[in-house]
Design a protein around this ligand. Sequence first.
Ligand code: DGY
Length: 322
Amino acid sequence: MKGKILLTRTLHDFALKELKKKFQVEIHTGKIPIPQKTLKSKIKEMDGLICFPYDKIDKEIIQSAKNLKAISTYSVGYDHIDTQFAKESKIRVGYTPEVLTDATADMAFALLLDSLRRISEGDRIIRKGQWKQIYGAYDYVGLDLQGKTLGIMGLGRIGKTLAKRAKAFDMKIIYHNRKQISKTEEKKIGVKYTTFNKLIAQSDIISIHVPHTKQTNEMFNMKIFRKMKNTSFLINTSRGKVVNQKDLAVALKQKIIAGAGLDVFETEPIKKNHPFLKLENIVLAPHVGSSTKETRVKMAKITVKNLILGMNGKKPTYSIGY
Ligand code: DGY
């Protein structure tokens, strides 16, 4: 008898085909994210689960799953899963790092470029029929990237890849991490380690690349914005909850910092009356860090592979905890 698996939404056809060869596949087609109540009831009889970063796979859900062997998330982030409880329950958890590193670093760099050169702002001006000034000394001027200090908060895979892009644009790169990388690697990548306080105070642009944990929850808040230069920018492609969004909206409105580029938000999608929507000095992206055709295919392949391995009692290729 084939094991039963649930997908909280559909994936590529090739992935479904592969999964259907091995399992009885149920795909949630209703409201997204799948309502907790529905998930809780469906998970009871499932042996495997494929989920997405907005699904809340908490203790209650895991406890309801009597036969669950594996959870495979279509994301590098896994803050939506109670991985500790999954481990205690001997449930394998797979995720999709590496394959999305370049795409996400590209996105962070795109937000940086857009913020400094005001591309989206210009696009809005043109579309609204408000393009009045041409080529004047002060018209729509942005900022050079060359010589600016980029502060990378969290120098993991994505942070390091972003550093490569920034180096090509002749930026100075400083970083803060829980652990300093080796001097040899620092030299190779062209980055300098610094304390969190110095990173905040010295960077012209800060790009966040830390996971969302109890420690990083709202680590960027008004207290921090006030320590940043009032000419500086904040880029976030990690998780929305790492930033206190209310504080950020105020900091941008009052020009406590100069601008921001965000791909992630506390609640996604953001509400129609969100204070960010009234600001010109913010670039908004709809959580598309890993969203390229090529990367999403690679992520689907790994998600499927991780699930199959986990269902067979093996460690997923990319696994968390167990
Ligand atoms: C992930 O996979 O967790 C990222 O948010 C992709 O953008």
